[in-house]
Design a binder for this molecule. Sequence first.
Ligand SMILES: [Zn+2]
Length: 256
Amino acid sequence: MRRGNSKIKLLIGAAIILFGVFKYYSNSEVNEFTGKKQHISISTEDEIAIGLQSAPEMAQQHGGLYPDQKYQQFVDMVGQKLVNNSVAKQTNYQYDFHLLKDPQTINAFALPGGQIFITYALFSKLENEDQLAGVLGHEIGHVVGRHSAERMAKQGFTEAVVNGVAVGIDPNTAQGAAALANVINMSYGRDDELESDELGVRFMIDAGYNPMELIGVMEILKADAGPNKTPERMSTHPDPENRIEKIKEAIEKYKK
Ligand SMILES: [Zn+2]
């Protein structure tokens, strides 16, 4: 009897695992804007909700928004120009571009659904509007490429995040809060970065920006990384030299 019992438990356990694997792989769809096949288990509406919910927390982590409205509006103007002239406009996402006060951390990032951020530290290092378009284009690429949603599906905590957002992230629901924190701090993989660089080039060309300036951005990141300094988020990024090669290939591919 006992042996039979544990066998049944084992079978049930195996069935649960198989179901999880099946669920992951059956949630497969082709991203109509990038042509990439991906495993995603949340809707674009959920992505937008998660992004809007996490945005204030994200801004707070970087000392809040930059107070000068002129700079804020400039960042938003360049971001919207990229969106309005590319396939990004055909998505259901709601794009917002925020300049963060943080004068030290050279960084830019995107939350799922279209909330995009750049720190003043990075903004102040940029030499021209085209480079800003390069940074924002890359981040729009993460949104259109649905990289956060893909990571969430991979890590299997989509439901916790979605539920957490549904209840408004009660700090007592530790699971929801932890999952949301994870989304906020989530880093992308190497392939995601390269895809975003390529999409960034595409969006820049579509909006009339000089895509070569994305290489200038890479030089800035490279200088910032220095010989022994690894900025937190950049540590998961592929080597800038490698990215520059791929960016040049993308420019050849998309130039008009
Ligand atoms: Zn990136």
